[in-house]
Design a protein around this ligand. Structure first.
Ligand SMILES: O=c1ccn([C@@H]2O[C@H](COP(=O)(O)OP(=O)(O)O[C@H]3O[C@H](CO)[C@@H](O)[C@H](O)[C@H]3O)[C@@H](O)[C@H]2O)c(=O)[nH]1
Ligand SMILES: [Mn+2]
Length: 735
């Protein structure tokens, strides 16, 4: 496929972002905290509990800082040259695009529709693309909306390609208005397309209000008497691009699927849905590459598939095997900017080691890697080695690993051998596709264990990513500007809290399961620093305990009149070295990213409840569940921050939950304020008596710092508005 002539310019370039200034700062802070630790050890016997607790917390923080410095030691990303693709590659590879949705209420169908339209319209030959939507909600409304979207796609896709539209999700594109300068042909088409989109939007909205009439339509028969957690498999080919040649007017294949669900069967949430998508697409189109996006993550860059191909096709010429290409997660909600920045910060750092972590969305995977291959199974030219052929390609082992569908085994063999699939009609595979959607299909196979998306954790992305890197694969990171994918993030209120809690709980689950970065140090092929990155992702939630203790320590010391910081140096130097410098440096880092320090409050509170969740799971008392985040298009009726619609499963519980979750923050604040008051009273008495007792000035400064960070909790307590969201993001630190 790719022309390997070495004199042609490359399709991509790796760009290193390492900075010696940042490295020097990181090392300085490390040496400071280490010297503090040494001091604490030397003076341990003279001091009390507070001293020991401080030593424990600071040891933990030093370890975290070490992990962080290691992560960002050599940041890198890739720049791609999609314009060079056509002259280098004569036959572009096919790509199967997967969208997952799970709940028509929390994920309004119009959002799914926009994501799908943006994918169908990407700048790539339509006969090389297929879009599959998995609906875990088994919703006739979602299916109806997608059917309507496929009709609109016949107008939308040619329009985007003809006028080289940049943003191909209609709800975003039509936010801009026409300028008077636009030529009349374009203006006419624009008006017409906008009108059609409005009709589609209206239809979806009307049906959301009243979907009963759907029951009368034969095509919706499969949805009658179904419940989201109790129904048979549904596979519907919505649109088939028969005889497609890659023309600009063509719309790629488009398929709707919903796997079987039964009340007493575990279905493994998104990971289970992804594995079903892999199987169905394997039967129908069997593309060597698979793009995976969450239902709210639309393609914001028309060239995104071409960009990813630049990496895969360039990499295939070198022995450096790239298993997946990850684009950073970015969001169109303004309040998610901070999380996006943190994502991209970590993404670039780890991209300079073995490659970015798979983030669950905006990622192109290689089908063969998902089928369990290791780099060792391949020859230099990418074909299966003879040893791998003997061990993997036997009928017996294939059936054991992939399940007893003959059609699946056949498609797996052709995927592993990189044979292109014979063109046949998609509808011929519908029956086989339904079979592999049965709840018991994966029973005693390797799906979710070593093949496909892995189970065992609600953060299937982290889990799966570790497995891939452990086999010795690398991955690549492309941070393009504008962002390649944009989604929605419910950062405010309880919703945001629940999302953080899922991530942190999932991280803990990974720490204790087979994929744990603590296991296999000597026999796995994951690089040491990469392992450290995973370790910090998994144990991020543990920080809440030392943070909580540390935030209470200055107050404890004031109340007990015991020292928290070394008294060897004079007060000013003490403060500058041990409190001022690290704080200023961290602040500077946050501010240079545009991130508010109070962002830290959410994970702290969320992780305390995650620790509780995981403890219950380990004790076998409860199971962790995947609560789908609520998504919305800003300014619409289905807004993320909408009033309670009564459909939210947590409605009614909100106030109590909100207060319980944020109790640690309020507690910290009140204790620190009490200690500060005590200090001020003490100060007055001291100035009167002039002598006796020591002054806890450093500790008081510590108390003030903590109180400032947690101040929004106080405001939240006294103001009537939603306390939770107030605590989280509405107030920035007064620095
Ligand atoms: O039973 C389920 C649950 C979820 N989903 C889908 O999974 C995606 C992610 O769910 P969301 O609620 O948006 O979670 P986020 O926290 O925003 O997602 C991030 O974190 C998840 C792990 O917690 C990853 O799965 C996601 O890809 C990643 O973007 C959505 O498309 C859902 O429809 C399913 O298909 N089936
Ligand atoms: Mn999401």
């Amino acid at each position: 496929m790719a022309d390997s002539s070495s004199f042609l310019p490359p399709l991509c370039k790796r760009i290193s972002h390492k900075s010696y200034v940042i490295r020097a700062m990181d090392l300085t802070i490390l040496s400071l905290v280490f010297s503090l630790l040494v001091y604490r050890i030397l003076h341990m016997s003279h001091n009390d509990t507070a001293w020991a607790v401080a030593f424990f917390c600071e040891s933990y923080f030093s370890f975290v800082w070490l992990l962080l410095s290691s992560t960002k030691w050599s940041p890198a990303d890739h720049k791609t040259y999609p314009d060079r693709l056509d002259e280098r590659v004569h036959d572009l590879p096919s790509v199967d695009m997967f969208v997952t949705t799970a709940d028509p209420v929390r994920e309004p169908p119009i959002i799914v529709v926009n994501t799908v339209l943006s994918l169908l319209a990407v700048n790539y030959p339509a006969n090389k693309l297929a879009c599959y939507v998995s609906d875990d909600g088994c919703s006739p409304l979602t299916y109806f909306s997608l059917k309507e979207a496929s009709k609109f796609a016949k107008i939308w896709v040619p329009f985007c390609k003809k006028y080289n539209v940049k943003v191909r999700a209609p709800f975003r594109y039509f936010l801009n208005t026409l300028t008077a300068l636009e030529d009349s042909d374009f203006a006419k088409n624009w008006e017409m397309t906008k009108r059609e989109y409005e009709k589609l939007r209206q239809k979806v909205e009307d049906t959301t209000g009243d979907s009963h009439w759907l029951n009368a339509d034969d095509d919706f028969e499969a949805f009658t008497n179904t419940k989201p957690n109790d129904h048979s498999t549904i596979v519907k080919v919505i649109w088939e691009n028969k005889g497609g040649v890659g023309d600009e007017k063509e719309v790629p294949h488009f398929v709707y699927i919903s796997r079987e669900k039964r009340p007493n069967y575990g279905h493994h949430y998104k990971a289970g849905a992804m594995n079903f998508l892999v199987r169905v697409s394997g039967l129908m189109t069997n593309a060597p590459y698979m793009l995976n996006v969450d239902c709210d993550m639309y393609a914001n860059e028309a060239d995104v598939v071409r960009q990813a191909m630049c990496i895969f096709l360039q990499e295939s010429m070198t022995p450096n095997h790239c298993a997946f290409v990850q684009f950073p997660q970015a969001f169109y909600d303004s309040n998610a900017y901070e999380v996006a920045m943190l994502h991209s910060y970590r993404g670039r750092g780890v991209a300079g080691i073995q490659g970015p972590i798979y983030e669950g969305s905006g990622c192109f995977h290689t089908r063969r890697v998902m089928y369990g291959l290791s780099p060792d199974d391949l020859e230099v030219d990418g074909s299966l080695s003879s040893a791998a052929t003997r061990s993997i390609l036997t009928q017996e082992s294939l059936t054991r690993e992939f399940g007893n569908s003959k059609a699946i085994v056949k498609s797996v063999v052709s995927a592993l051998q990189r044979e292109s699939n014979p063109q046949n009609e998609l509808t011929n595979s519908t029956q086989a596709a339904k079979e592999v959607g049965n709840s018991h299909y994966e029973y005693e196979t390797s799906w979710g264990k070593t093949i496909g998306w892995l189970y065992d954790s609600i953060v299937e992305d982290l889990n799966t990513s570790i497995e891939i890197h452990s086999r010795g694969w690398s991955s690549s990171f492309i941070s393009s500007d504008p962002p390649a994918f944009l989604g929605c993030m419910p950062l405010v209120g309880l919703e945001g809290f629940l999302q953080w809690r899922r991530w942190i709980t999932g991280g803990f689950e990974v720490l204790f399961n087979k994929q744990s970065p603590l296991i296999g140090i000597f026999h796995q092929k994951i690089r040491f620093r990469q392992r450290l990155v995973y370790l910090s992702s998994c144990m991020g939630g543990l920080s809440s305990i030392p943070v909580l203790l540390y935030c209470l320590l200055p107050a404890y010391c004031i109340l007990h009149n015991s020292p928290l910081f070394p008294k060897v140096l004079c007060l000013g130097t003490n403060l500058i070295i041990f409190v001022g410098m690290p704080c200023l440096y961290i602040l500077w880092e946050f501010m240079s990213l545009g991130v508010s320090v109070q962002l830290l409050n959410v994970p702290i509170c969320a992780s305390l409840s995650s620790i509780f969740d995981v403890a219950l799971k380990l004790l076998g008392i409860s199971k962790t569940v995947f609560i789908v985040s609520k998504k919305a298009i800003p300014g619409t009726k289905s807004g993320c921050q909408q009033e309670d619609d009564g459909l939210n499963p947590y409605s009614g519980k909100f106030e109590i939950n909100g207060l319980l979750f944020f109790l640690p923050g309020i507690f910290i604040l009140l204790v620190n304020l009490a200690a500060l008051t005590d200090f001020l009273v003490g100060l007055r008495l001291w100035s009167r008596s002039e002598g006796g007792g020591s002054l806890c000035l450093e500790e008081a400064c510590g108390c003030m710092l903590v109180a400032m960070l947690f101040l929004p909790f106080l405001k939240g307590l006294f103001e009537k508005e939603d306390m939770v969201s107030h605590c989280l993001f509405s107030i920035k630190v007064p620095f």
